[in-house]
Design a protein. Sequence first.
Length: 383
Amino acid sequence: MNVQWQIIDKQYDLFRFPKGQHDKSLQAWDSADELVVEHLLANDEVSTDGLLILNDNFGALAVALNHLSPTVVTDSYVSQQAILQNCEANELTAPKLLDSLEKLPESKTVILRLTKNMGFLEYQLGQISQLAEPCQIIATGKTTLVTKGVLALFEKYLKNVTTSLAKKKSRLIFAEHDNSMQVPESKYPVTVAWPEKALDVKSHANVYSKEQIDIGGRFLAENLPELTRNQIIVDLGCGNGLIGLSALHQAKERNIDINVKFLDESFMAVDSARLNVAEQFETQLEQCEFTATDCLTGEEPQSLDLILCNPPFHQHNTITEHIALQMFTQAREMLKNGGKIFVVANNHLHYSYHLKNIFGGFKVHRKNTKFTIYKCTNHLEPK
Ligand SMILES: C[S@@+](CC[C@H](N)C(=O)[O-])C[C@H]1O[C@@H](n2cnc3c(N)ncnc32)[C@H](O)[C@@H]1O
């Protein structure tokens, strides 16, 4: 993996998080980072007083613009860790970090890395349009992300929208906010009905499958094992929490107490799950925890009875298996002896190979034409 980033006259060591991923071709910055840093540092007329950076992936922007004391906003716990790791590796002060549900601070210049998620972009443009003071916005992204639809969204919330020429397959979008525009109210969190469970599931703007109940997650949620009293259960990569909600639903119907930990690296996901439990399983709220973290980091070894997981297969825009693998490896460590993990996966994904390697075997709990639910039991070696 290339970890030395040369930008203008500076060189930084930049790593993805976690370090040491299998795909050595992946690096922690891209041409969209380079383009916006070069633009900002070459243009004296851009005010860098009160710089706000949205969606820095692995800290390239926080590092290269560190001397401007930026505030960095991200929905990703993993990005926050990457930013801290890379500032430390380059002996730089960590920036102020905010998550994407927090109110934006007033700023003269906002740098926004475009993501594929149009709903999240609209949410963030809405947030910028709520700032009291005028500011300029410089968005950066791969040219494929600078679409007519994206520019139309910028025009809905901001003024004087223009674009740069493309350079190394990336482009900038320039815009201004001056408080004179009538902008629509945010539609987030959105709600979708799950009639089979008589539930309404709410999701913030950056949550996976927010406009419909995910079919893989739903397959697992509708085929849960029989839960037992006082089990400690993790909904791992919980998104809006539909799998954990289904566990709470079963526990309520059978009048048993269970503890459910909703874990995800997206702050918006964790807060959506919390909202859903608070509104629909209020009496069980005290037995639930909601934590933004990286996979199972922070859990006690051999403390969990059951892990329910619909694993992610990408990090930002890159398809990867490493998060699912980290989840399985940590599950082996955190499950009690005899504890179980249920993993739902698209039939074309070869998780069975990894599950067999890590747990020594697996059973197929359910299968349909699209998805398989694997079940593994943790057998600890006798001491
Ligand atoms: C395929 S989605 C499943 C969401 C939900 N459980 C469902 O079934 O609809 C995978 C989830 O894993 C989360 N995720 C990605 N990387 C993670 C990490 N390193 N640690 C914890 N969660 C992560 C994503 O934010 C996403 O919500």
